[in-house]
Design a binder for this molecule. Structure first.
Ligand code: PEP
Ligand code: MG
Length: 580
């Protein structure tokens, strides 16, 4: 039966393909009672699943050892999971439960997992406490075998060239980043907001996505035929022939439009009144550089380095980080690369990091980004030294996230100086004059810019967080996603004010939040005086097209009028008039 679900449109485009349900151990497992004579078979089924996963882990370890770079890291991770899998607490205890309570193996395993997770939560040592994640992961592996699902995302017979559409209750940014190496057509989740990092990664992959669907995961079955309309925020299940045809047509039209945009790659990003605008790219991983080259961005305006720390159980060391940063800057000779120091915490959790469980009840307001780095100076210094060393090989700029207080700016600068001294002592080469900038993403920073303008070389407005903190809504929470409004007058004034004060003080200002890549906002930002935009490479040519159609001298007075309104509805009316 055909039906549609509505959520939030987070990454535009259309995907047509088959559902691949991604499991979430605790949500999926049903409980049922066994008859006495079924118990032996259930125990064998459980043991066979354990054996399968043990073999899987052996294979994985072999693969890890054969691929340099990831070897030590992945091996350690596999060893840990194998160790848990050999522990009687995960093997004998569920067996006992199957026998005594006559329950199914999946249920017994999840009950035991919950018990162990609760015990780990009580542990004093933060590192040990975090190992509960490894237990959950190994249990999920066993569950997938028990439930008859392959762990790997693979194309099935009969699916032809259709795309795979990931359907999940929730995906973390760490889950989503793994899609970079898989060919995924689109994804749909029950949870999530428009600028959650999961959505941001989807946009960076340029794959259509809809989040906040509430009930997609329980309503869908594996292999269902789906259409994702990532522009309207709709998921259509089992579409009829007419709807399918319409969407196929629309999809090919979109591809044509996208191909036409490619012609703009070599055009100058200049307005009709001859003002040059700098269009930079946001990246999460070094492999994104290929996409940056495809659109010939002027450089990297935001390298979100926290993604290098995800999906691993040990932190990347100084040398590994240095190699990564150097590879990025060397891949873009002559172009600036803005490397943002770790913005971990909130929805970007990293398993390997100490103290991540200290983020407290309000993660977005907790020990995040620079707050975390200043609380963990050794970890911060490792990253700073790695970035500084890479600065010898090209134009690197350092960007500090989530600054609000003058003392945070001062402490960050002290730490940078300390890292420089350490490098000087070791006779390592680096750019002595490296530029240091700050993210403006907390209203307090935008309202009290003095110390930022005095101490820093450039500013970068993070509209995603600026909106979250100005409007007091969690950007990952779909229940308040309707209140996430980039056009709220308070937000616009903070952005405009920052651009204007930066210009007056001669401090360059970039916008690197999602607003910069939204072609509907281009005129507004140009009218505010913005000259540097940083966005996902996939959005760059569309924004360039807008820029080439604009006359800033005509936009400025209109935008000044728009900014006077206190009512978001009036702002929207005025925004529409900017197109004339
Ligand atoms: C922002 O907040 O706008 C930003 C660019 O940083 P992130 O999305 O990584 O928090
Ligand atoms: Mg931010």
């Amino acid at each position: 039966m055909s039906f549609a679900l509505h959520g939030f449109a987070v990454a535009p485009g259309i995907a047509i393909g088959h559902a691949q349900l991604v499991s979430h151990a605790r949500l999926e497992v049903a409980q049922y009672q066994l008859r006495e004579r079924e118990i032996e078979a259930e125990l064998i089924r459980f043991d066979m699943a354990l054996t399968t996963v043990r073999q899987e882990l052996v294979l994985l370890k072999g693969e890890a050892e054969a691929s340099p770079g990831a070897a030590a890291e992945l091996s350690a991770f596999v060893d840990l999971q194998s160790m848990f899998l050999a522990d009687p607490l995960l093997t004998d205890a569920p067996r006992e439960m199957i026998r005594k309570r006559r329950c199914n193996a999946e249920w017994a395993l999840v009950q035991q997992m919950e018990l162990l997770v609760a015990q780990f939560n009580e542990m004093e040592d933060a590192y040990l406490r975090e190992r509960k994640q490894d237990i959950v992961q190994v249990v999920e592996r066993v569950l997938k075998v028990l439930l008859g699902k392959s762990r790997k995302i693979t194309r099935r017979k009969g699916q032809g060239d259709d795309e795979l559409i990931i359907v999940a209750h929730d995906l973390s940014p760490a889950d989503t980043i793994q899609f970079k190496s898989l060919k995924i057509g689109g994804f749909a989740t029950d949870l999530g907001g428009a600028t959650s990092h999961t959505a941001i990664v989807a946009r960076s992959l340029a794959i259509p996505a809809v989040v906040g669907l509430h009930n997609a995961r329980p309503l869908l079955r594996d292999n269902d035929l789906l259409i994702i309309d990532g522009t309207r925020g709709v998921l259509i299940v089992d579409p009829d022939a007419r709807v399918l045809e319409e969407y196929r047509l629309r999809k090919s039209e979109l591809e044509l439009e996208r191909n036409k945009l490619k012609r703009l790659k070599t055009s100058r990003a200049a307005t009709l009144d001859h003002q040059n605008i700098e269009l930079l790219a946001n990246i999460e991983l070094p492999q994104d550089i290929e996409k940056v080259r495809e659109v010939d961005a002027a450089g990297i305006g935001l390298f979100r380095t926290e993604f290098l720390f995800m999906n691993r159980s040990q932190l990347p060391g100084e040398d590994e980080q240095f190699e990564t940063y150097r590879s990025v800057v060397k891949a873009l000779p002559g172009k600036p690369v803005t490397i943002r120091t770790l913005d971990t915490g909130a929805d970007k959790q990293t398993r390997a990091m100490r103290g991540q469980e200290r983020i407290g009840p309000n993660p977005a307001l907790g020990l995040r980004a620079i707050r975390y780095c200043l609380a963990e100076p050794q970890l911060f210094l490792v990253q700073l030294r790695a970035i500084l060393r890479a600065s010898h090989y090209g134009k690197i700029k350092l960007l500090i996230p989530m600054l609000a207080h003058a003392h945070e700016i001062e402490q960050s600068l002290v730490m940078i100086e300390r890292a420089k001294e350490q490098l000087r002592a070791g006779k390592a080469k680096f750019d002595e004059g490296i530029e240091v900038g700050g993210m403006i993403e907390i209203p307090a920073a935008a309202l009290a810019l003095g110390p930022f303008l005095k101490h820093l070389d450039f500013l970068s407005i993070g509209t995603n967080d600026l909106i979250q903190y100005t409007l007091a809504i969690d950007r990952t929470d779909e229940s308040v996603a309707h209140l996430y409004d980039p056009l709220h007058p308070a937000v616009l004034r903070l952005v405009a004010q920052t651009i204007e004060r930066g210009a007056r003080a001669g401090v360059p200002v970039t916008v690197c939040g999602e607003m910069a890549g939204d072609a509907d906002m281009t005129r507004l930002l140009l009218g505010m005086g913005l000259q540097q935009f940083s966005m996902h490479p996939a959005q760059l040519l569309e924004v360039k097209q807008q820029i080439m159609r604009c006359d800033i001298s005509r936009l400025q007075p209109k935008v000044a009028r728009l900014l006077k309104h206190d009512d978001a509805a009036r702002v929207r009316e005025q925004l529409a008039l900017l197109d004339d």
